[in-house]
Unconditional design. Sequence first.
Length: 390
Amino acid sequence: MEPLKITQLVNRFQLNKDSYFTGRMDLRSPHETWSLFFRLGRLVWATGGIHRFRRWYRLLRQCCPELPQNNIQLANKEVSKVWEYLVLIILLKRQRIKREQAIALIEQTITEVLFDIIQTTTEGTLTCRFTTQQTLEEAIVLVHSEQILNHTLHLWQRWVDADLATYSPNLAPVLQQPDRLRGQLSEQVLTKLETTLDGQSTLRDIAATTKQNLLLLTGSIINYVHKNWIELQPIADLVDLKSAPVRPISTLPPPAANASLIACVDDNLNVCRTMERILTLAGYRFIAVQDPLKTLPTLLEHKPDLIFLDLVMPIASGYEICAQIRRVSAFKNTPVVILTGNDGIVDRVRAKLVGASDFLAKPVDGKRVVHAVRRHLLATTVVSQDVVPS
C-alpha cells in the first residue's frame, strides 16, 4: 500500500463527500493509529493517536469546565474505539452539558486528530483503509469534512511557516538549564517556568492550562530548545490516571465486590504475589492459578474479566493454555495478556495465532501492568453514581 500524502488525503475527503460515504477511515503509521468516522460524507468523530485519553480529559476540561472531572472515570471491561463519543451522548441526554459544548469538543477533537495525521503524512509513512462497518448509531453533529480539513491545513501551514514542522504539539517541554535563564528572566517567571515545564504536560496541555495560543506558546520557547536550555520530550498517555495511590498493602481497603476480577496464571509464586500487590493497589480483585492443570476449572469457576498468562510453565505452555481458553465460549472475548521474559517477534506472532490479546515483558512493572489492564478493559463513565451503559 502506497504511503498517503497530504494531496491524497484531501482527495479522499472529497471522494468521501461526493460518495456520501458512511463508515470508518483508519489511518496508520508505524507508531500510531487514528480512526475517522463518517456519515453521508461528513465527519462524526475522530479518535486514536498517542494521546487519546490525555486529549479527551484536556478538551473536556476546556469545553465543559463546570463538569466535575472526578465524576468521569475509567472502569471495567474492554476499551471501545468510541467510548468518549458515547459518554458525550449520555452527558447530553442527562443534561450535564450543553449541545454547543459537545459540538465544540467534537470539532476540536477532530481538528487535533487531523493535525497529527497531516504532520505524519510529511514523514511518508501513513497508510489508510476504509470499512463500511457503522459503529456510531447516533450522531450529535455532522461536521463538514472539507471545511474542517481546510481549517486544519491552514493551522498546519502556520505551524510550518513558524519553522515548527519537525516539532509535535504532543511533546512535553522540560527545563534543562534554568541557570542559563536566570540572567534573562525574573525569579518569579523562572519559578513559574520550572513548575510548568516539568515534562508532565504537553505543549497542548500547557496552552490550554495557561489559555495561550498554541502556536505563539511553542514559538516563544523554540529558541531555548535550539540552545538546549529546554528539551521537548515524548510523554505517555493518561490511561492509568485513576490508578490507586501506592500505600502499604495493610492499609488498603479490600477491592469493591463489583470490581473487575483479574486472574494470573503463573507457576512462580513470587510473580503471583507481585501481580496481586499491583492489582490490589489499583483496586481490582485478584486470583492466582499456579497449577497449569487447574487453569480451566479455576477460570470457569471465577470467570475473570482479564487473564495474565505465563508463557513458560511445566506440563503445558502458555500457548497451549491460551488456545484452550479460547475454545471456551465464555472466554471468547476475555482479554488474555501473555507474560514472558522472551519478548521476540516469533513469540508474539505465535501468541496472536492462539488468540492472545497482548504481550507483557517480565520482570513485571507495576505501571505497565495497570496500563495493560486499563487498555483492555472498557472505559465506562460514572456520573453521579449512574453508570454509562456500554
